[in-house]
Design a protein around this ligand. Structure first.
Ligand code: NDP
Length: 392
């Protein structure tokens, strides 16, 4: 029987644990470890019949992680802590020869870089240890990469342009809150935008480029160009690509709050002196904002995330849209989490399932689009994230 170590006990983790328990024949015993053990115990209490052990763990400490992996004899580590912990957890996986999966690229707490470089650099060490690392197995990155691979495999000889379109039309009733970890979310959306065209990255000011996209089952929404990490690996792996962009929807209230917070420096990641103490503005802001995990019960509406790919097949132009719609209330009903955590947690479980079943298995450190998309797409349909394809 397998043992699955899940690190982190936030919104995404709750979904991963529920979904792994639904697939207990593959995941076996669940070990849930995070900084605050009581949060692990809360999740465990929702699943009284499941085989779950909980531990307190400082995932910034490689030795502590190594000791826990050895103690519980984990077959795989699912990292759904924060991007700051990616490298320490990967190092513990190398030391213990244990497979690894995460949902977000490594970030340094003092410097937002949004890049895979330091994780890709561990490829050799993973190969030497005879283990696999799957990077970015959430929705975006994650499912969006798989959608691109599926389009490439079944619909195109060559894909020329890709737009990734991420819409969250959920309403939680607060004037301002983030749907996942506020620090990570606000760093991402307040940074300069960037897209890739003809082999070069083109930088934009934050929210400089806007379009309106009519999202099926949601309706037309203002969508803003952002940089998003899956583009870094997709430009390497999708052949013939000439342009890739990423758009995300934001409501007027969110944008107004964000602009004000940014103007007064509340999104800063540099320490400032306050009453003789150093504080980091964005970390302080996090303590004031609603905990994303608490939004679940009050969020209504849908998410729609997908890709539009354009290219050629048999010499003819072709354009397709692959997307997935989730309903916040339905997600909450199933696993006590809103759709943003749900759409991240389900693909994390699916990626880990395919690794444990050796359906997706290659030693080294890999991104999602490097694997056959078909089994992943089939699992999405079975595990709560059914998708659709339109020819445009
Ligand atoms: P949360 O903030 O809700 O949860 C993070 C968890 O990690 C918390 O339980 C936290 O513990 C724990 N943690 C933080 N630091 C440590 C540490 N040093 N040691 C042990 N545990 C630690 O975040 P989310 O659940 O919303 O997000 C989880 C991950 O998913 C993030 O990496 C995020 O970027 C990613 N994500 C990916 C998406 C995708 O589509 N690919 C979309 C959304 C999120 P404590 O509670 O004690 O602070």
């Amino acid at each position: 029987m397998n043992t699955t170590l899940i690190i982190g006990a936030g919104g995404v983790s709750r979904v991963v644990v529920h979904k792994c328990v639904q697939n207990a024949d593959v995941f076996g015993k669940i070990v849930l470890a995070s900084r605050t053990k009581s949060k692990c115990d809360d999740i465990k209490s929702e699943l009284p019949d499941a085989d779950i052990e909980t531990y307190a763990l400082d995932a910034d400490n490689t030795q502590e992680i190594t000791d826990l992996i050895n103690k519980v004899k984990a077959d795989i580590v699912i990292n759904v802590a924060l991007p700051y912990q990616d490298l320490t957890i990967m190092d513990a996986c190398i030391a213990t020869k244990t497979d690894y999966l995460d949902t977000a690229n490594y970030e340094h707490p003092d410097e937002a870089k949004f890049e895979y470089k330091l994780q890709w650099a561990k490829d050799e060490a993973f190969k030497k240890a005879g283990i696999m690392g799957l990077l970015g197995s959430g929705f975006d990155p994650g499912v969006t990469n798989v959608f691109c691979a599926y389009a490439q495999k079944h619909y195109f000889d060559e894909i020329h342009t890709i737009d990734i379109l991420d819409c969250n039309a959920g309403d939680h009733g607060y004037p301002f809150a983030t749907n996942f970890n506020p620090e990570i979310n606000l760093r991402e959306v307040s940074a300069n935008g960037r897209y890739w065209e003809n082999g070069k990255w083109i930088e934009t000011k934050p929210m400089e480029i806007k379009m309106v996209w009519d999202y099926p089952e949601v309706g037309p929404k203002d969508s803003y160009l952002l940089y998003h990490e899956e583009m870094e690996s997709l430009v390497k792996h999708i052949k013939g690509l000439k342009r890739i962009r990423f758009f995300m929807t934001f409501g007027a209230s969110y944008l107004t709050h964000m602009k004000c917070l940014q103007n007064i420096g509340m999104l800063g990641i540099e320490p400032v002196e306050y009453k003789g103490q150093k504080i980091i503005p964005i970390e302080f802001l996090k303590t004031l904002l609603p905990d994303p995990a608490s939004l679940g019960s009050r969020t209504k509406g849908k998410t729609n995330i997908g890709i539009v790919a354009e290219g050629i097949r048999d010499g003819k132009k072709k354009k397709i849209y692959i997307y997935q719609v989730s309903d916040h209330e339905a997600c909450y009903k199933e696993v006590n989490s809103q759709a943003v955590s749900y759409t991240t947690g389900v693909p994390a479980m699916v990626g880990a399932k395919l690794m444990l079943e050796k359906v997706w298995y290659k030693e080294g450190v890999h991104n999602m689009e490097e694997f056959d998309p078909d089994p992943f797409m089939e699992e999405l349909n079975k595990q709560g994230l059914p998708w659709k394809i339109q020819e445009l």
